[in-house]
Design a protein around this ligand. Structure first.
Ligand code: ADP
Length: 549
């Protein structure tokens, strides 16, 4: 009896302990959620206040153009912030309910890294951080995966480093690749990414909770650094979803280092090799050994003959001799730093010496818009941004040394006139119709409007073949939705049913919508609120090449 009692008591104690643990976990989750809700309501109210307040001010001063302009700009900033907040919350709930799917498309790592740099650099600069990006051992630039989600991972991690490092800090980002076991028989790589900062860091105790939703270090909330505590949990889920791994090392007051490894397949399609003057010498003037080695390796791999120099004087002397001997190198690549004079001064000398036709390229991590005026006046023909990707360097070199018709085409695209083209806008909401009409109107393309999917099918059916070149299709509409309307159009027995472009316009940018749109037979996807640049990009893609003038 005693024994049974003891067993019973032990069992009871175990159950109680388990219940206590469960209760504690539930309470912690609940507390985190309440904290989240209270900071969310604050975070949502702040931009909302700006939007409501600025709208009233603009209405009260409607005749003062500068004032209204200023208000609208502030409204734009606040709406963008609100949008990112809402996206984060929705994203999280999507991922949590298992409704997230990752895309698998071809993308360029070089484009991705530059996009990320463009997004994070302004904030880093604002806080006076030194942000360096090292690119090492990249063997595959064209990869398969989900570039949008990948960008989200990278930007989230780097943004945190920027946010949680006091002004004037140091942030070091590194990209590298290692060969990975073949996926489906093709070539694959591990993409290694790391981001190290010397910021406020985190305690070991917090590190255990960093990937849990809604968790933030207490004093970051107190010190009012903007955030929702969702970024890292989204990142962790995305990395897991891609079959990768993420680790964090951190010490309070010293800084943090985030490391991500992702397996990615190499694109089966080879990028078009740029035409290059193979076997010819190219002068490379750069003081820094590491940077020079990167440039010369890239040139040598492409079959060119790099000649390394470290001073401007050497560059000028070499070119004078080469000119005398009638054996000019095919170009001069000016690096970021030389031993004796600024790169742009060398450019000025070389331009005078070698004449207007000689290609001078500047390879630098400087911000191009800031130095563009001075650089072009000094005689620089092309700019290759750092972090250096071989494709960028070789494409720039190819465009200067082997003339193609590309430049004229690019110039033609810039002021394309779409007034000879007609598109169909399918949208049921009047306000959205008005906005889309206004944006499309700016490009002078002709627009017809249908109020739902069924009307769109009818209009298309009754139009002459080839009449509409693009159909911008809302998804959720009464009578017939966008997916059904697309299928109906694709099945029509007419020549243009299969090749008229159908572009989905939906209220969110989730990957499933993109996939569903593709499955229904749509070609492209635009998320609402519609971005003018994305709209013109689509017009350019479809209409740009055969514009009548
Ligand atoms: P938030 O929106 O608050 O930035 P995240 O999920 O991105 O949310 O990060 C969670 C928390 O982890 C942050 O609130 C911050 O306390 C901590 N954290 C993330 N990255 C860093 C970093 N690089 N340095 C210090 N603390 C960080």
């Amino acid at each position: 009896m005693d024994q049974m009692d003891q067993a019973y008591m032990e069992e009871l104690a175990r159950v109680n302990a388990a219940l206590e643990d469960a209760l504690k976990a539930a309470e912690e989750a609940n507390q985190a959620k309440s904290r989240f809700l209270s900071s969310m309501s604050h975070d949502i109210r702040t931009p909302m206040n700006a939007i409501v307040g600025m709208t009233s001010i603009a209405l009260a001063h409607i005749d003062e153009k500068a004032r209204v302009h200023d208000c609208l700009e502030k409204i734009q900033t606040a709406s963008a912030h609100l949008m990112s907040l809402v996206n984060d919350v929705l994203d999280m709930s999507r991922i949590d309910s298992g409704r997230m799917s990752l895309g698998e498309e071809e993308f360029s790592l070089s484009d991705l890294v530059h996009e990320v740099a463009v997004i994070v650099e302004p904030q880093a600069e604002q806080k006076g951080h030194t942000l360096t990006m090292d690119i090492e051992d990249i063997s595959q630039e064209n990869l398969m995966g989900d570039p949008l989600r990948l960008r989200q991972i990278l930007v989230n991690i780097i943004n945190n480093a920027v946010k949680y490092t006091p002004d004037g800090g140091e942030i070091r980002i590194r990209f590298a690749q290692r060969p990975a076991p073949d996926r489906k028989g093709g070539l694959a790589v591990w993409l290694d990414f790391s981001c190290r900062d010397n910021g406020i860091g985190m305690s070991q105790e917090f590190l255990e909770r960093i990937f849990l939703p809604f968790e933030r270090v207490q004093n970051t909330t107190i010190s009012r650094i903007e955030g929702t505590g969702l970024g890292m949990s989204i990142v962790k889920r995305l990395v897991d979803g891609m079959g990768g791994a993420i680790t964090v090392e951190s010490r309070e007051g010293e800084g943090s280092c985030f490391t991500v490894a992702l397996p990615l397949a190499a694109s089966p399609r080879k990028r078009k090799e740029p035409g290059l003057p193979v076997g010819q010498p190219v002068l490379v003037a750069e003081l820094h050994d590491g940077r020079a080695a990167q440039i010369t390796a890239c040139l040598r791999n492409a079959g060119l003959e790099p000649v390394r120099l470290s001073t401007g004087l050497e560059a000028v002397t070499r070119l004078t001799e080469a000119q005398y001997e009638g054996r000019m190198p095919c170009a001069l690549l000016l690096g970021q730093e030389l031993a004796d004079m600024p790169s742009l001064d060398v450019a000025t000398h070389v331009r005078q010496l070698a004449g207007p036709g000689f290609p001078i390229l500047l390879v630098s991590s400087d911000d191009w818009p800031q130095i563009e005026y001075r650089a072009t006046r000094a005689g620089v023909n092309a700019f290759v941004p750092c972090p250096l990707f071989p494709s960028r360097l070789l494409e720039a070199l190819s465009s200067l040394t082997c003339q193609t018709g590309q430049e004229q085409q690019a110039a033609g695209d810039a002021d394309a006139d779409y007034s000879q083209h007609r598109v169909l806008l399918v949208e049921d909401n009047e306000l959205n119709q008005e906005i889309a009409m206004e944006l499309l109107g700016m490009t002078s393309v002709q627009v017809d409007v249908a109020g739902d999917g069924a009307q769109a099918v009818e209009l298309f059916q009754n139009s002459p073949e080839g009449w509409y070149e693009i159909i911008f299709m809302d998804i959720q509409m009464p009578v017939m939705n966008g997916y059904d309307a697309t299928r109906a159009i694709r099945e029509l027995p007419r020549g243009d049913a299969g090749n008229v472009w159908i572009v989905a316009m939906t209220a969110n940018a989730f990957m499933e919508d993109v996939r569903l749109a593709r499955e229904a037979g749509m070609d492209e996807h635009i998320s609402k609120p519609v971005d003018v640049e994305r709209l013109t990009e689509i017009l350019r893609k479809r209409l740009g090449s055969h514009t009548e003038r």
